[in-house]
Ligand binder design. Structure first.
Ligand code: SAM
Ligand code: SF4
Length: 317
């Protein structure tokens, strides 16, 4: 599938729930969210039908996300169904890692190739604070288990938040000296509660290079990430900079929310409902979404919020 601007669309992110076992301060409102009812979210059969149609049109890579995907019962079995769809070459999961120790092996057996784990701080009490009560030791056990069962190379996603974790950048980067992980720093996006953070919270990805000048650029395809490495590192460092250096010109993705709305662009409120569509009608809507991908998203910074019209837990990142 090619969009109006010549970009080939090969990647679908599928949110299977808006629910989460954490409350990251930049992602979900503190006072809770209006949770979707069971009947409002797509069944695994409906989701599989949509991914099958998308694969027939050229989607090759699928990421399962949420909310927290591992809180939805049957997530691993759903992944198994996805991995069997002809044309799907890569299946990955984004998780906060809290339940990863329990499910890593099931995910591996289901055909998941890798997982991305979100971890914004290495400090246990700061972790509890930013996640609204999370226990970092569970995430670390999950990471170890994921590595042990071969869900590798593991990617660790840290949202850069000025005044919260910028002092930990060198410590995070040091991890790549010892471990074969890809540590990815993501610029905080002004959406949901993250949009209320003060200007100082929005740090450009290049802050990492200022704090760790020994990082060397790698001339490898990192997707949306610019890749770097310590001279004697075995892991890699990725910088994902949707604000300071947006990557719209190489955008290859669509996003499906758990209630079946297809988003051509993360930062636009345009959504195409897919629920209830089958066969050629479903494919026609998928193509319509590709056609409606804008050339680029709106400018984003501390004063210009995303126009996504939703909080991130309902989209999946
Ligand atoms: N619960 C899973 C997790 O945390 O990995 C998957 C869903 S979560 C919405 C996906 C990613 O979005 C996480 O890495 C999270 O840090 C990121 N995210 C959420 N809100 C964000 C924001 N305002 N700016 C940047 N990243 C954000
Ligand atoms: Fe949950 Fe992930 Fe959002 Fe944190 S970032 S509240 S773990 S959905």
């Amino acid at each position: 599938m090619r969009d109006q601007f010549g970009r080939e669309i090969t990647y679908l992110r599928v949110s299977i729930t808006d629910r989460c076992n954490l409350r990251c301060r930049y992602c979900m409102p503190e006072d809770g969210i209006c949770k979707l009812q069971h009947q409002d979210i797509l069944s695994y059969e409906e989701l599989t039908e949509i991914v099958t149609a998308a694969a027939e049109l050229g989607i090759k890579k699928v990421r399962v996300t949420g909310g927290e995907p591992l809180v939805r019962l049957g997530c691993a079995d759903f992944c198994k169904a996805l991995s069997r769809i002809p044309g799907i070459e890569e299946l990955t999961v984004t998780t906060n890692g809290i339940l990863l120790d329990r499910y890593a092996e099931d995910l591996k057996n289901a055909g998941v190739s890798r997982v991305n784990v979100s971890l914004d701080t290495l400090d246990p009490s700061k972790y509890t604070k930013i996640t609204g009560g999370g226990d970092i030791s569970r995430v670390l056990s999950g990471i170890r288990r994921a590595n042990a069962v071969g869900l590798a190379p593991l990617k660790i996603n840290a949202v850069l938040i000025g005044g919260f974790n910028d002092d930990e950048i060198p410590e995070f980067v040091e991890l790549t000296r010892q471990y074969p992980v890809e540590l990815r720093f993501i610029e905080l996006m002004p959406m949901g509660p993250g949009g209320e953070f003060g200007e100082q919270a929005f740090l450009p990805g290049d802050t990492v290079l200022q704090k760790c000048p020994q990082l060397q650029p790698l001339h490898q395809d990192g997707g949306v990430a610019r890749l770097y490495q310590l001279p004697d590192g075995i892991g890699r460092v990725g910088l994902i900079s949707p604000l300071s250096r947006h990557f719209c010109n190489t955008c290859n993705r669509l996003r499906l929310t758990s209630e079946g709305k297809l988003k051509p662009c993360l930062h636009s409120s345009n959504e195409i409902p897919l629920r209830g569509l089958h066969g050629e009608d479903l494919k026609a809507k998928l193509l319509e979404a590709v056609y409606q991908k804008p050339k680029m998203h709106v400018a984003l910074d501390a004063h210009h919020r995303s126009e996504a019209g939703r909080t991130m837990n309902t989209i999946g990142g």
